[in-house]
Design a protein around this ligand. Structure first.
Ligand SMILES: Nc1ncnc2c1ncn2[C@@H]1O[C@H](COP(=O)(O)OP(=O)(O)OP(=O)(O)O)[C@@H](O)[C@H]1O
Length: 643
């Protein structure tokens, strides 16, 4: 595998030394092929920066290459790579990054300029040339550093040139796959706004397929979508992928995870073998490397993150705070008031229920909405645009919002529950501090999650500043007194629902939530189906205890009792502490649903069976448990979503 890794140097002096040596080597190699071997060891390569890539007009290429030159990168066999935007700009001056100097199609240059984008970000600059050369690649750069345009600009440029030469066709030339509807929409918007003359379409579930079919019929250049709807359209013969020249897997590590991978492969089988494929993410766990071999030809790896360095975007301040299970909800208010300072805040929960409950409760004191996969698509869209536009400033979301979403001015991210994996931590946290902005993230953890916090620190290369504990006992700390900390569920605190509050991350067994079937009587146990999808793999090391083993069990036992209470905001928390043991109804289904037994019982759900399967059992899951359910958007299936 061709493997190019860029390294940030630690000081100006060392950068210069490295630049000089890189230049010498590049000089040595520049008359050879596009990529030249630069070391004895098999996997050390340099990009030859002096060879114009096909498709660029000679004059543009000249301008481009005259100004590019070595980029103060050092290639190496395997290591760290990152540089800050400022380093790059300082070293090179801004000229080499001026989009108008790079020979990019004028309509893209002017559209970007209208959006205030005149200079490339480092990942964009690093990707541009090899992408224009037609290289397959794996790109890793930190969250919010512009990966979308990194693959977008060369693809749009090439399509514009292709259309100019061959005329417009009907079938898409580019396919971008994304894991969530929101992200797919965002990517398509980025394409559309950067090349308004190209025909783009975004296909995803929860919206009428007929409209998408009609639009496809008119002809599109770029199709962006989630796997489920794409497969649906393929099956209906409405989408023809035989002319695709460019494939992108955005959030590639998620797209290649268990569950998603099957759908992705189904789609890839329909693409021409002769295509350019690119995979991007802020996280690329090791398991992905072998997997990419299957889908990429001689790929170039452009890694601006590196293994040993901090994997979060610069500008994000990290905090942690210890809390009791039952006090967690109560400290949210003070944390938000103190750290979001009236700006936007995203609170991440593990389950849709928690998202609903917290949003419901917080709405008493804050402008707040929930976002998760059980909310109708139209409401999801309204919620997100309301948040973007500042109609409310607190979004309580499951991990459906963890990846990719680019919402300006999110000042604070709160991990109300520990994420499943360090990768998820990186993505959630990356909703703030985007495009060079500052932001804060706070991780709330319970005593028994101490170790997990350390694991995150180690794996993400970060360090939390511990915030002083906020005492909630006695109901003095705020708006959640009546839930969480202050709640007494029928007085049954020593067992059953008592200590629950909102907390659901820890130790269900201790709290007496039945998890293995409907045999605990009303109001308890219902493991398996309903939550296997939404929880999908909450078996990770970051979950507290006893999570990594066999979850699930009887998939269908829905005992009566606490149903999906609160899962839509109509449910009302008032009832929550009433001691009424029976039958909080699921307002959506009209059934008395599962109860707390499902909490945390997700396991590694199998999307086909709809059950929590016994174990992950897939090497791709690496050391972490992962979301085991793929069809975030598989409209052909049950419409279940993991988040
Ligand atoms: N060259 C640029 N100059 C200014 N702003 C830019 C530039 N490139 C991208 N941006 C903006 O930066 C923001 C982040 O970009 P983008 O969403 O592509 O990041 P990302 O790396 O894909 O993040 P994530 O890993 O979270 O998906 C967007 O608002 C985008 O419009």
């Amino acid at each position: 595998m061709m493997n190019t890794v860029f390294k940030r140097t630690t000081s100006l002096a060392s950068r210069r030394i490295l630049a000089a040596s890189a230049q010498t080597l590049l000089h040595h190699f520049h008359s050879t092929a596009t990529i030249a071997t630069a070391a004895r060891d098999a996997e050390t390569f340099f990009i030859n920066r002096f060879k114009p890539f096909p498709g660029f007009p000679a004059s543009a290429a000249k301008g481009f290459h005259a100004k590019s030159g070595p980029l103060y990168f050092r290639a190496s066999t395997g290591v760290q790579a990152e540089y800050a935007v400022e380093d790059y700009v300082d070293e090179k001056g801004s000229e080499a990054l001026e989009i108008s100097n790079l020979g990019i199609a004028p309509e893209i240059v002017s559209a970007l300029k209208n959006r205030g984008i005149t200079k490339l970000f480092p990942i964009q600059r690093a990707v541009l040339e090899p992408a224009m050369q037609g290289r397959d690649m794996i790109g890793r750069a930190k969250t919010g550093t512009g990966k979308t345009l990194a693959f977008g600009i060369p693809i749009m440029d090439k399509i514009i040139r292709y259309n100019a030469k061959h005329g417009r066709g009907r079938n898409p030339l580019c396919l971008v796959l994304a894991p969530t509807r929101e992200l797919a929409k965002q990517v398509e918007k980025e394409f559309h706004e950067s090349a308004p003359n190209l025909d783009t379409i975004c296909v995803y579930g929860g919206t009428p397929i007929s409209r998408q079919m009609r639009q496809l019929d008119y002809g599109v250049d770029v199709a962006v979508g989630t796997p489920g709807r794409i497969i649906d359209l393929l099956k209906r013969g409405a989408l023809n992928l035989s002319e695709v020249q460019f494939l992108v897997l955005d959030e590639a590590d998620q797209m290649l995870q268990v569950g998603f991978a099957e759908d992705v492969e189904t789609i890839l089988e329909r693409l021409p073998a002769n295509r350019q494929s690119m995979m991007f993410s802020a996280t690329m766990p090791n398991w992905i490397r072998s997997l990419t071999q299957k889908h990429l030809k001689n790929p170039l790896t452009i890694d601006l993150v590196g293994e040993n360095d901090q994997k979060l975007a610069e500008g994000i301040s990290l905090y942690s705070i210890a809390a009791d299970m039952r006090g967690k909800a109560a400290i949210l208010g003070p944390l938000i008031t103190e750290h979001a300072k009236g700006g936007k805040c995203i609170v991440f929960t593990q389950t849709k229920r928690d998202a609903d409950r917290l949003a419901y409760a917080m709405a008493r004191n804050f402008k707040c909405e929930a976002l998760h996969g059980d909310i109708s698509q139209s409401q999801r869209e309204r919620t997100l645009s309301g948040f973007r536009d500042g109609h409310f400033n607190i979004l309580v979301a499951t991990d459906v919002a963890a990846r990719g979403l680019d919402i300006p001015s999110v000042d604070l991210v709160i991990h109300y529950e520990l994420p499943n994996t360090s990768e998820t931590f990186v993505h959630r946290t990356g909703r703030t501090g985007r495009a060079g902005r500052k932001g804060s993230a706070i991780l709330i953890y319970t005593q028994d999650q101490n170790r997990a916090v350390k694991v995150i620190e180690r794996e993400v290369g970060c360090r939390f500043s511990e915030l002083p504990r906020i005492e909630v006992d006695g109901g003095s700390t705020g708006m959640f007194n009546d839930i969480g900390a202050g709640v007494r569920f029928g007085g049954a605190r020593d067992r059953g629902y008592g200590d629950m509050g909102f907390g659901r991350s820890g130790r269900q067994a201790e709290y007496g939530f039945g998890r293995s079937g409907g045999n605990r009587g009303p109001g308890f146990g219902r493991s398996g189906s309903q939550f296997s999808d939404e929880m999908g793999g909450y078996g990770g090391r970051f979950g507290s205890n006893n999570r990594s083993g066999n979850f699930g069990g009887s998939a269908s036992s829905r005992s009566s009792g606490f149903g999906n209470f609160g899962s839509r905001r109509t449910s009302g928390f008032g009832d929550f502490g009433s001691g009424n043991p029976g039958g909080f109804k699921d307002n959506r289904s009209g059934q008395t649903a599962g109860g707390f037994g499902g909490f945390g019982s997700g396991g590694f759900g199998d999307k086909h069976s709809g059950q929590s399967s016994a174990s992950n059992g897939d090497s791709r899951s690496s050391r972490f448990s992962r979301f085991g359910v793929s069809d975030v958007d598989n409209d052909q299936s049950t419409g279940r979503t993991p988040f």
